[in-house]
Design a protein around this ligand. Structure first.
Ligand SMILES: *Cc1c(COP(=O)(O)O)cnc(C)c1O
Length: 478
């Protein structure tokens, strides 16, 4: 039930004190001609409405959430406490820099720390999400070629395993996307890469470890091939969870990158934000970075600086500042030892689950994985008719959020599992038992899986109907 359907006409929640100044009547031409359609509910109705909605959601605080490529790790409460400090929340972006020195110092220090983690020289916090970070990074590459008068470079190479935002980004920046097929090992096929690299190549966009959870062992050769033809290398660092503190994109040969603070760096995500997709680059690209980079000036105080050949602004002010504060707190809490330990444990947890499920499910790539692994449900589907979707629905009845389904596109009937480092062995064992039970159910009681979930607030949805005839606007029932 929507909140508009609750309450009764004239019912109010009195949050404001009564008016103690003379009421000013607006001129008629400024006033609304129609009644404003607002819910008319009491305070307790509002409160219960949102509690009810919260109970219908599954978040990482409710249970296991192994959503591959999304890194649904636990978001430590200390991050929330720190981000709620009045010195961070009671400020305005147009305030004189002298009055927000602490906030600027935080941005400058975090820039240094993330540059250290990624092997980059400069970094902007402006982009609000991974996709916007990609766009910013590709604009860096574009400005670089333009600044050299190199106008032939119209193509961006992207492997077919890439996240959908990669080709979308390249297209938005007016590049032609050259998709290359991955090798049978899920990695870049070097011969195919050599074939498409030429004087029209603006750059390559790559995720490593890639979206099937494998680290490309030829990565140095990959970035060299692209550089040799005059292109630049973009690292999609949305998922740094397997490698932070262990290996750096800058050392793999990448020129610019983005990170998803709302994945790897434990700030909350889902439901559309807010997130943060900071973009780092090597020194030679820094002069193209967005406006208003926080810097420490010679006097020791903090202020802003605009790069000489800036691309302009990609987001209002300095990005989603409080998300950045949360991630900064996370990095300081973990420290130099904790950062690589988190990655090591993420890889260990993924391999533990993969090894435990290997006899029941076919693994798309049967080798040691990084922070996630891909299961191929095709053989189960052939034998029983049970699909990846059915398994996912079965997990819902067991209090587990499904893994990512049908992505990456190169494995058709797939489930992509990313347990993250913050789960206990008991949780992993519990999930392994559920996966095994569902596999058995596929063979013994397929109908129960076809109709799952049975316990969720809504059961099977008409997905085709929702896509073909979307109802995008609320219409009040008469
Ligand atoms: C999540 C993700 C993105 C996009 O990040 P958003 O913050 O959702 O825009 C890009 N690339 C990869 C590999 C991702 O996993």
């Amino acid at each position: 039930m929507l909140i508009f359907e609750k309450g009764a006409e004239g019912r109010r929640t009195s949050l404001l004190p009564s008016c103690d100044v003379p009421v000013y009547e607006l001129d008629d031409k400024y006033t609304r001609k129609m009644e404003l359609n607002l819910p008319e509910v009491s305070e307790v109705e509002v409160s219960r409405h949102y509690s009810e909605l919260a109970k219908k959601c599954h978040g990482v605080n409710d249970g296991f959430y192994p959503l591959g490529s999304c890194t649904m790790k636990y978001n430590p409460h200390i991050n929330e406490k720190v981000a709620a400090l009045p010195g961070f929340t009671q400020i305005h972006p147009l305030q004189c820099p002298k009055t927000v020195q602490g906030c600027l110092e935080l941005l400058c220090d975090f820039e240094k720390k993330l540059c250290e983690i990624t092997g980059m020289d400069r970094l902007t916090f402006q982009p609000a999400a991974g996709a916007q970070g990609e766009f910013t990074g590709i604009l860096l590459i574009k400005k670089y070629h333009e600044s050299r008068g190199d106008s032939k470079r119209k193509k961006i190479i992207i492997p077919d395993s890439a996240h959908g935002t990669n080709p979308a980004t390249a297209a938005m920046a007016d590049y032609e996307v050259i998709s290359i097929e991955s090798g049978p090992d899920g990695c870049i096929d070097l011969d195919k890469l050599r074939e498409v690299c030429n004087e029209e190549t603006a750059g390559l966009m790559l995720t490593n470890p890639n979206t099937v959870g494998l680290f490309d062992k030829n990565i140095l050769e990959v970035t060299k091939i692209v550089h040799d033809c005059g292109g630049l290398c973009y690292y999609d660092g949305a998922n740094l969870n397997a490698v932070m503190g262990i290996v750096r994109p800058g050392d793999m040969g990448f020129d610019c990158i983005h990170l998803n603070l709302h994945k790897t760096f434990s700030t909350p995500h889902g439901g559309g934000g807010p997130g943060a997709g900071p973009v780092g680059c090597k020194e030679f690209l820094a002069k193209f970075l967005p406006d208003d980079m926080p810097v420490q000036k010679e006097c020791g105080c903090f202020g802003f600086e605009t790069a000489e050949d800036t691309m302009g602004r990609v987001k209002a002010f300095y990005g989603n500042f409080l998300v950045v504060v949360r991630a900064y707190c996370y990095v300081l809490t973990l420290g130099k030892e904790g950062i690589p330990q988190a990655s090591t444990n993420a890889v260990l947890n993924a391999n533990y689950m993969m090894a435990s499920l290997k006899n029941d499910y076919t693994m798309a790539y049967d080798e040691i994985c990084m922070h996630e692994f891909v299961m191929d449900i095709a053989s189960i589907k052939d034998a029983t008719g049970i699909t990846a979707l059915d398994i996912a629905k079965g997990l819902l009845d067991n209090g587990i959020h499904p893994p990512t389904m049908y992505f990456p596109l190169i494995v058709h009937e797939c489930l992509m599992v990313e347990p993250t480092e913050t789960e206990t062995k008991e949780t992993l064992d519990g999930a392994i038992a559920v996966f095994k039970m569902l596999k058995e159910a596929a063979y013994e009681n397929a109908e129960s899986l076809h109709t799952a979930p049975h316990k969720a607030p809504v059961c099977r949805l008409d997905e085709v109907g929702a896509a073909r005839n979307p109802i995008l606007r609320y219409v009040k029932a008469e």
